[in-house]
Every structure is written in structure tokens, then in C-alpha cells.
Design a protein around this ligand. Structure first.
Ligand code: SF4
Length: 222
């Protein structure tokens, strides 16, 4: 696809997604501040947002600040986190992240991808989620498994590697839309375009998507 056509197509996709999923343009993880969002995002790896939202209220009632988390032992967190997969590793990472933020960042959650990724258990996706949702900083685009599936089906990316997809989307969309396109692709991937099944018949993008089964049927010879 030529660059200009690609930009037009991408813009059309964004407009249609906003029309359908405008209410999903925010993180589904409940939080009151950047630290709570960081903890919730770390817990959400390979878990559902609603599972995380069930356990974080009690966790944040018990440990009210980064300082309090930094003084805990990882095993102290288990009674709150044990319903989540990999809870031992995640609890250890959370406590160690709190200690690093206390010792190196003056108890403030870092405001750059580079410094966020110095924290244990924080990869580029988590860093992007925290930066964009907690601080409104669009330094990159959070790419999760839904984004990988959907961006490829839509022809917005041609790779399974998150960093390649992120770079392709960053070169396609204006910076102010980076957070939005991540949320919108995730919403589509949870709704009609799941990894297991494409429900093109009720997809908002069925007329424009190159992977739409309906388009292929319409264009195929009898
Ligand atoms: S038209 Fe089908 S393949 Fe394309 S985004 Fe929608 S559900 Fe996915």
C-alpha cells in the first residue's frame, strides 16, 4: 500500500473504531495514581483486568504508598495476589520495584520508558501503559496480544514482533492518537476479532478490512 493510501486507510480505521469503541479508550485497570496503575499493570500480565480489579482494592488498602510496599516482604503480598497467575514472581517484582523507586526515583514513578524499564517485571508494554494512562505521555504504543492479532489482520502491521508493530503504528498514526489506537485495537480484539475467531459479520470494519471474510465472499467468483 502506498504511503498516502496507507495513511488514509489507517485514518478511516481509527475513525470507525472510535465510533464503535469510544467508551473503551482508557485502561480497564482501576487505579487512583501512577503507582497503583503500575502495580495493576504488572499484575495483569497473562491475567484479565477484571481479575486484577478484584484484588487491588484490598492490596491498596493494606499498602497505601510506594514506601509501604517497599517495606513489605514479597511473601506478605501473597494473601492478596494469590488468585493471579505467577503471583510469587509478580509480588517480588512489585516490592523490588517499590524499593528501586524509593531509592533511585525519590518515591516518584518514572516518567520515561527508559527509567520505567529499569524496574523488575516492567517491559515496554507496561511502561507504555503507565506513561500514557497515568501521565498522558505518548512515548510509544502499548502492544498486547490483541494488538498483534488485529493489526496484522487489518494490514496495519506485518509482523508478530510487538516492537516492530509498535514502530509501524507509530509511523502511521499521529502521536496524539497513540494511546487511543492501542485501546481501540484491544477493544476490537476482545469483541469481534479475537485470536480464535473473526466475527466479521458484526465488525465495524467489515467493509474496509483486507481480512474480512465478507469482503472475500463478496469478491469471490461463484
Ligand atoms: S472484518 Fe473480520 S478480520 Fe477484519 S477486523 Fe473485523 S473481525 Fe477482524
Amino acid at each position: 500500500m502506498r504511503h498516502q493510501n496507507r495513511i488514509l486507510y489507517a485514518s478511516r480505521v481509527l475513525g470507525l473504531l472510535k465510533r464503535r469503541y469510544r467508551n473503551a479508550m482508557h485502561t480497564g485497570l482501576n487505579h487512583e495514581n501512577p503507582w497503583e496503575l503500575l502495580v495493576a499493570t504488572m499484575l495483569s500480565a497473562q491475567a484479565q483486568d477484571r481479575q486484577v480489579n478484584l484484588i487491588t482494592p484490598a492490596l491498596f488498602r493494606k499498602y497505601k504508598s510506594i514506601d509501604e510496599f517497599s517495606s513489605a516482604r514479597p511473601s506478605d503480598l501473597y494473601r492478596y495476589t494469590r488468585s493471579i497467575g505467577l503471583y510469587r514472581t509478580k509480588s517480588r517484582n512489585i516490592v523490588n520495584a517499590a524499593r528501586i523507586i524509593r531509592n533511585e526515583f525519590k518515591l516518584k514513578v518514572p516518567r520515561s520508558i527508559e527509567n520505567l524499564m529499569k524496574l523488575p517485571g516492567v517491559g515496554r508494554k507496561t511502561a507504555n501503559v503507565v506513561l500514557s494512562n497515568a501521565y498522558g505521555i505518548n512515548e510509544g504504543i502499548a502492544i498486547d496480544t490483541h494488538c498483534i492479532t488485529v493489526a496484522n489482520r487489518l494490514g496495519l502491521a506485518n509482523s508478530k514482533k510487538p516492537e516492530v508493530i509498535e514502530s509501524e503504528l507509530m509511523s502511521t498514526y499521529p502521536k496524539k492518537e497513540w494511546q487511543n489506537i492501542s485501546h481501540l485495537l484491544i477493544a476490537l480484539g476482545r469483541d469481534t476479532c479475537t485470536a480464535r475467531k473473526k466475527i466479521c459479520g458484526r465488525c465495524i470494519l467489515k467493509e474496509v478490512c483486507p481480512s474480512s471474510t465478507l469482503k472475500h465472499m463478496a469478491g469471490s467468483k461463484p
